[in-house]
Design a protein around this ligand. Structure first.
Ligand code: SAM
Length: 285
């Protein structure tokens, strides 16, 4: 479990999908004055240097955010997402990629709260340091827990404000993560039935990955929205990430139409071969 470092993957196609959706959830929650909580069960390091040894190693961002960065024809919510990433970069140069905690920190207002879980012993130190460097503003709003996010989130739900987004974004290196995600959602909904839960999952050649969205869809009673982006055909050796999905329970109702508008375009731009495609489906609660 502790071999995973998100820096290798920062800004790749999967981050693009995840963070594009996250930006919309945060914007939607900020439309009302009432404060909300943002809980990240698997926070990572917060922000990543794309020129560093980690992200530079495989340069996964080159087939993700970099394909959007220089374009002047970004549609709708893609432009809003790229604007958020641009706020962490100067002079139009793509040097840093913010992770979910920093994207959320940027969106939060005075009375909103940020709650971050990170279990990796090195990653948590980097996250704390990065948050300190971002300035006092973020720290006032923020609690960082060196703890298991699947377990720890239970104690935070429901948030006192009764408004909240929970991002569940494990690395799935441990295949038990697939089951734990489902349990985390079920237990989360028992405590906070109206909460917005966003679950990211990888498309890899593993039965648990292919079954996860179907298992999440059977969670009774709540509305959900499911978007997936496949960037290439699964490889012959059975290895590698060929796409990803976001499953959102209690989504903002406007999100589906916004995604419908941009997914054909985004799939074309992030395609790596003729296997690129997307799905978008939903259920009313
Ligand atoms: N959410 C981040 C983002 O979008 O920028 C990326 C998170 S990364 C996919 C998953 C992170 O979860 C890794 O940093 C890993 O160390 C951490 N992790 C793994 N198991 C965990 C657990 N049970 N609880 C909390 N963090 C965990």
């Amino acid at each position: 479990m502790f071999s995973y470092r998100h820096a290798f993957h920062a800004g790749n196609h999967a981050d693009v999908l995840k963070h594009l959706v996250l930006v919309q959830l945060l914007r939607y929650f900020a439309q009302k004055d009432a404060p909300y909580w943002y809980v990240d069960t698997h926070a990572g390091a917060g922000i990543y240097a794309l020129e560093g040894d980690w992200a530079g190693k495989n340069a996964e961002f080159e087939t993700g955010i970099a394909r959007l960065w220089t374009r002047d024809d970004l549609p709708g919510i893609v432009a809003e997402y790229v604007d958020e990433i641009a706020a962490f970069n100067e002079d139009d140069l793509l040097r840093h990629y913010p992770g979910s905690p920093f994207i959320a920190a940027q969106a939060l207002r005075e009375r909103d709260r940020l709650r971050l879980f990170e279990l990796h012993p090195t990653e948590i130190d980097v996250l704390r340091r990065n948050c300190r460097q971002l300035g006092r503003e973020i720290e006032r709003h923020t609690m960082i827990y060196a703890a298991d996010g699947f377990e720890g989130v239970k104690a935070l739900l429901p948030p006192p404000t009764r408004r909240g987004i929970v991002l569940i974004d494990p690395s799935y290196e441990d295949k038990r993560d697939y089951t734990r995600v489902l349990q985390c959602l079920e237990e989360g909904l028992k405590r906070f039935a109206t909460g917005c839960f966003a679950i990211w999952y990888p498309q890899v050649q593993r039965l648990e990955s292919q079954q996860l969205a179907g298992r999440l869809a059977r969670v009774p009673g709540r509305s959900w929205l499911h978007v997936s982006l496949t960037v290439r055909k699964p490889s012959g050796d059975g290895l590698g990430l060929y796409g990803s999905g976001m499953f959102i329970v209690n989504p903002p109702w406007v999100l589906e139409s916004a995604l419908k508008e941009i997914m054909p375009w985004l799939t074309g731009v992030l395609a790596q071969d003729a296997g690129a495609t997307f799905t978008l489906e939903s259920r009313e609660g």
